[in-house]
Design a protein around this ligand. Structure first.
Ligand SMILES: C[S@@+](CC[C@H](N)C(=O)[O-])C[C@H]1O[C@@H](n2cnc3c(N)ncnc32)[C@H](O)[C@@H]1O
Length: 310
């Protein structure tokens, strides 16, 4: 394993390179508002499709074999599907931040006896999701904010989210809304990125790199795993399990880094990308360059947390 000082040095080199292209202070001053998040997902969709996942996944692939394959995009839904098989009476399922419908559609196809609702903020993603699911009778997609859910209380048996709640500018409100719409004994399954509890003790360069990753992915800053879990407990959830899946997203993060390198250390392909990419996606290269290192430094991690409404 690489020494921490070597890792820090690599992060510092990246920060120097990034600062030449996008002044770091300007990125740090950026507020991640709801409009910023919606614009990010609207204008990045083309790049996500051609550079990340043709299948429409907006989340990271989880690859156990140590190298990236697109099959890894289906690992999160495979885990959720496996969990659902223990709850045959749980039929009403809601996905928060359903994006292009990748997860909801995959699960709806595998669970024709259950009904799935996907909720998202971004109209263009909802349009894609509706088009892709037009052949399914057990799916519907709704526009809305997961911090103010347009559903009555006790409407769902399971609420799940994949890399969506990390965008919440009010995580407490998002959790309490999920709690409100769940039936008693209902589950909230979160697969998402969080800061590690010891984040504040890490070197300043690693903390700054993590902050840049969050802003350039339109994610809110500062939520640590244990703080988020405590918020959930205060609302009334009990914690069924917490699993750290960080090592399984590393192959995808290395793929990001290789693409981002072309942007910051341009080859002819990088120059072409610079010219073609929308502004949000170019800034995404900042996250692409850094996130493999911030995860390796255990500043940020990728977790599954299962909560239950008692
Ligand atoms: C990283 S994408 C993940 C999409 C999808 N879960 C997937 O795995 O492909 C995050 C999604 O959350 C949505 N989102 C962000 N903030 C939201 C909010 N406050 N309410 C509803 N959706 C939101 C975005 O529009 C985007 O589609």
């Amino acid at each position: 394993m690489m020494q921490e000082s070597e890792l820090e040095q690599q992060i510092k080199n990246c920060l120097t390179q990034i600062d030449k292209v996008f002044p770091i202070q300007t990125i740090i001053n950026q507020q991640v508002t709801t409009n910023f998040i919606r614009d990010y997902h609207t204008y990045s969709s083309w790049g996500y499709k051609y550079l990340h996942s043709r299948e429409g996944s907006l989340h990271l692939a989880m690859n156990y074999e140590g190298y990236f394959t697109p099959q890894g995009f289906y690992e999160q839904t495979r885990l959720i599907h496996e969990l659902l098989s223990n709850y045959s009476t749980y039929t009403q399922i809601l996905e928060l931040g359903s994006g292009n419908g990748f997860n909801t559609i995959d699960l709806a196809q595998k669970n024709p006896q259950r009904h799935f609702t996907g909720l998202d903020l971004t109209p263009s993603s909802l349009q894609t999701a509706r088009k892709k699911s037009s052949h399914l009778s057990n799916v519907n997609f709704k526009e809305g904010d997961f911090q103010s859910l347009p559903f009555a209380e006790n409407s769902f048996d399971v609420v799940f989210e994949i890399e969506a709640l990390s965008h919440a500018n009010n995580p407490e409100k998002a959790l309490s809304e999920a709690y409100r719409v769940l039936r008693p004994n209902g589950l909230l399954i979160a697969i998402d990125g969080f800061r590690y509890p010891h984040f504040d003790q890490l070197p300043a360069s690693i903390q700054q790199a993590s902050q840049l990753v969050e802003i350039t992915m339109a994610v809110q800053q500062g939520v640590k795993l244990h703080e988020w879990i405590q918020m959930a407990k205060n609302i009334g959830f009990t914690v069924d399990s917490t699993i750290d899946y960080s090592s399984f997203v590393v192959p995808n993060l290395i793929r990001f880094r290789n693409m981002a390198r072309e942007y910051f250390y341009p080859t002819w392909r990088g120059k072409l990308l610079n010219w073609l990419l929308p502004a949000h996606l170019s800034k995404n290269a900042v996250a692409g360059l850094l996130i493999g290192y911030t995860v390796q430094a255990q500043a940020q991690g990728y977790f599954q947390v299962i909560l239950q409404k008692k």
